[in-house]
Design a protein around this ligand. Structure first.
Ligand SMILES: Cc1cc2nc3c(=O)[nH]c(=O)nc-3n(C[C@H](O)[C@H](O)[C@H](O)COP(=O)(O)OP(=O)(O)OC[C@H]3O[C@@H](n4cnc5c(N)ncnc54)[C@H](O)[C@@H]3O)c2cc1C
Length: 284
């Protein structure tokens, strides 16, 4: 059984020989990262709980760090600290959040889990591209990581894992209105497995021409192809049958290449094909 936190809130030894550390500031995080070998960072531990049987020897909770709890809506973007829980984001309400992000959050298990789960843990999970990944990819979110002496900014599309000796501190999500905003969750409703995935399709038009389009998928692997998206920019609405069928073929080929490299279940390919068709139909 775990022992309780000590009074200075930093180190707790557990009788099972696992240690839990609790940081209240980023300074404490970097100090502990430097001084404790193999420290594993945790937000709400919910992702960890479903993928790992046992905690590592040394664990650090960052969920009580005030700097990581910012949640601000500015005129052009949202700034969300990595320790903000999914329930806290959800509380902003559907009208104050990008629709796809709100729907993705609401699709995750139940309020008990969302009360513990952090956005940072959802993004940084090394096990799976979690449910918020595709919305954040499509919305062009920017990630901020901090090391002891350095801040690293990275677009979601470039993110391949937490940089060494750093933690995710903030997520900045540009605020844009989208005429078409589709989020679909694939696989089981209550948990994640190889059939799980999130699909997002966003589109805007101007003077009856497509002016912006974003397509993202994330699950066992992630998929986003700006070149493919560009092929529809400027296309006249309603889309002709030929434009749709040519685009669907190209999208299918691009997606299948990535899916095959990831040894994904063929069902996902079929579902992606259906979702692209469905999304394009909303444009016509
Ligand atoms: C019953 C159940 C159902 C679930 N269903 C879903 C679902 O449908 N969709 C879904 O997406 N998830 C689901 N989850 C997983 C989980 O709840 C979410 O993904 C959650 O957002 C993870 O956040 P966390 O704070 O609990 O992560 P943690 O478990 O604390 O951390 C996850 C990983 O991220 C790393 N990490 C966390 N924060 C940071 C940081 N700031 N910087 C660097 N690394 C960090 C940790 O080291 C760890 O490797 C489910 C969980 C449970 C228990």
């Amino acid at each position: 059984m775990p022992r309780q936190t000590n009074t200075n809130g930093k180190v707790e030894k557990m009788s099972s020989s696992k240690s839990f550390f609790y940081a209240k500031t980023l300074q404490e995080v970097f100090y502990q990262m430097k001084t404790i070998n193999g420290l594993s960072v945790h937000g709400g531990c919910t992702d960890f709980a479903i993928h790992q049987k046992e905690f590592p020897e040394n664990n650090l909770s960052i969920r009580n760090i005030e700097e990581l709890k910012v949640l601000e809506k500015r005129e052009r973007y949202f700034e969300i600290g990595s320790a903000v829980t999914l329930a806290e984001i959800e509380e902003l309400g559907q009208s104050n959040l990008p629709t796809t992000l709100y729907e993705a959050i609401k699709s995750i298990k139940n309020l008990n889990v969302r009360n513990m789960a952090t956005i940072g843990g959802n993004i940084c999970s090394p096990f799976f591209y979690n449910t918020l990944y595709a919305p954040l990819l499509a919305l062009n979110a920017r990630l901020e990581f901090q090391r002891e002496q350095e801040t690293i900014y990275m677009s979601m599309s470039k993110f391949e894992g937490v940089p060494e000796n750093s933690i995710l501190t903030k997520i900045r999500i540009p605020y844009e209105e989208w005429e078409i905003s589709i989020f679909k969750r694939l696989g089981p409703a209550d948990y994640m497995n190889e059939f799980s995935g999130s699909f997002v399709f966003l589109a805007n038009s101007q003077k009856n021409q497509i002016s912006n389009i974003r397509i993202a998928f994330a699950g066992k692997f992630k998929f986003q192809d700006p070149e493919l998206e560009n092929k529809l920019i400027g296309a006249h609405l309603p889309l002709s049958g030929t434009t749709i069928s040519e685009f669907v073929l190209e999208a299918e080929e691009a997606f299948n290449n990535v899916a095959e490299n990831a040894h994904a279940n063929p069902i996902l390919k079929k579902q992606f094909w259906n979702l692209i068709n469905y999304s394009l139909e909303q444009l016509t």
